[in-house]
Design a protein around this ligand. Structure first.
Ligand SMILES: *[C@@H]1O[C@H](CO)[C@@H](O)[C@H](O)[C@H]1NC(C)=O
Ligand SMILES: *[C@@H]1O[C@H](CO)[C@@H](O)[C@H](O)[C@H]1NC(C)=O
Ligand SMILES: *[C@@H]1O[C@H](CO)[C@@H](O)[C@H](O)[C@H]1NC(C)=O
Ligand SMILES: *[C@@H]1O[C@H](CO)[C@@H](O)[C@H](O)[C@H]1NC(C)=O
Length: 357
């Protein structure tokens, strides 16, 4: 009983597929796509004469969104440009109403499985799988947009006059360099980094943008594409908001010594300045990575200025102690009494009015 039903269903399906195959297409393009994908396996990579797949990689940088010193992450948005030749996709355009290019979903054709090696996220791949452009001569072009979070070791020694070297490393997920090789669109190893749609960042200036392919020695290893950006920081904000106030505090700390003791404000002034300095140390510590690889010069300066303020408070206490001594609070040690009253006073021609022994 069940087998008969199954056979009937199977025949119906076969009939349906045959009639679908034979149905007239809505347009020439639909017919073309259907013919191109007929018998196409998305798992098989296209090969050239040497059995390799050459993939051109380009990046159009659209924005450096942020570069965080604390977590050492660069967030950038860009369009990748992958171009390769798939000989299975070639047609005579005069047979198809002069169609030169068509768009096919990347889930149905072979696309290079490229991952980003130094990603700081779980997602290693493109966020949006847009359609690929298939040309009549077999060229396929795929431009997925992506937002990448890549790790970037920061050197903050010269903060805020520093520059950073951040790289994005791409490699194939499943083809080593005996099967798949990377190239840059213009020449094999030229810098390639489009900036046609680049939106400037307020804090960072893009200074250099080299890109290169790293070939590994052994064939079983994966080739890597390195895109590097050298970013220079614009220091104005930090100079105005951090450096100048710190310098002013240091200058003020000199005036503590100029203040007369009777004003009674020496210690008050020193402690206010010390508090001000502590706020800057705190602000600074919040921004910097908590690694011990490099010590920023600004941190050393802040520490030095704190030590100076600490010493000035110490001096103030000693000065106050001497200044406010009187015969009520202190008694002179015997040695000093002997030295000053018995030895020096006669030498200087001083006389003691009435001295009790
Ligand atoms: C497909 O259509 C053609 C003509 O329109 C016809 O000769 C042929 O028999 C049809 N094939 C099938 C499988 O229906
Ligand atoms: C394409 O088709 C036209 C007409 O059928 C033919 O004249 C031309 O030679 C073909 N071109 C190629 C490259 O096969
Ligand atoms: C295929 O054609 C496109 C557009 O006409 C062109 O950009 C591309 O370089 C061609 N590819 C090859 C391999 O000839
Ligand atoms: C940036 O870093 C890369 C990789 O570590 C290195 O090859 C390159 O020389 C560095 N560039 C500069 C200007 O230091």
């Amino acid at each position: 009983m069940t087998t008969t039903v199954l056979i009937v269903i199977l025949f119906c399906l076969l009939d349906l597929s045959a009639s679908l195959k034979n149905s007239t297409f809505f347009s020439k393009e639909a017919e073309l796509v259907s013919i191109l994908l007929d018998g196409y396996s998305a798992r098989v990579r296209p090969r050239d004469k040497n059995g390799k797949t050459k993939v051109n990689v380009g990046i159009t940088l659209s924005q450096i969104m942020s570069l965080s010193e604390k977590s050492e992450v660069m967030m950038s948005s860009m369009y990748m440009t992958y171009t390769w030749v798939d000989p299975r996709f070639s047609w005579n355009e005069s047979k198809y109403d002069g169609i030169l290019v068509t768009r096919i979903s990347v889930d149905r054709i072979w696309v290079p499985n490229i991952i980003i090696k130094n990603s700081k996220e779980r997602n290693l791949k493109e966020s949006l799988r847009v359609n690929a452009l298939v040309f009549h001569n077999g060229s396929v072009q795929w431009l997925p947009p992506a937002i990448y979070k890549t790790s970037c070791t920061m050197d903050v020694t010269l903060f805020p006059f520093d520059w950073q070297n951040c790289s994005m490393v791409f490699r194939s997920a499943d083809h080593d360099q005996s099967e798949m090789i990377f190239e840059f669109p213009i020449t094999k190893t030229l810098l390639y980094f489009f900036l046609s749609v680049y939106i400037k960042n307020g804090e960072w200036v893009l200074y250099q943008k080299p890109a290169y392919v790293v070939e590994k020695k052994s064939d079983e290893q994966f080739q890597e594409v390195w895109f590097t950006v050298i970013l220079c920081r614009k220091p104005q904000f930090y100079v105005l908001n951090m450096l100048l106030p710190c310098v002013m505090i240091s200058i003020l700390s000199c005036f503590v010594f100029h203040l007369p003791v009777v004003a009674g404000e020496k210690i008050g002034l020193s402690i206010s300045l010390l508090l001000g300095d502590t706020i800057f140390v705190f602000l600074f510590a919040q921004r910097m990575p908590s690694t011990a690889l490099t010590v920023p010069h600004v941190a050393t300066y802040l520490l030095f200025s704190m030590i100076l303020l600490f010493l000035s408070i110490f001096c103030c206490v000693v000065v106050y102690n001497f200044h406010f001594r009187s015969n009520v609070t202190h008694e002179m040690p015997r040695v000093w009494k002997w030295l000053f009253f018995d030895k020096f006073a006669p030498l200087l021609g001083l006389q003691q009015p009435h001295r009790k022994e």
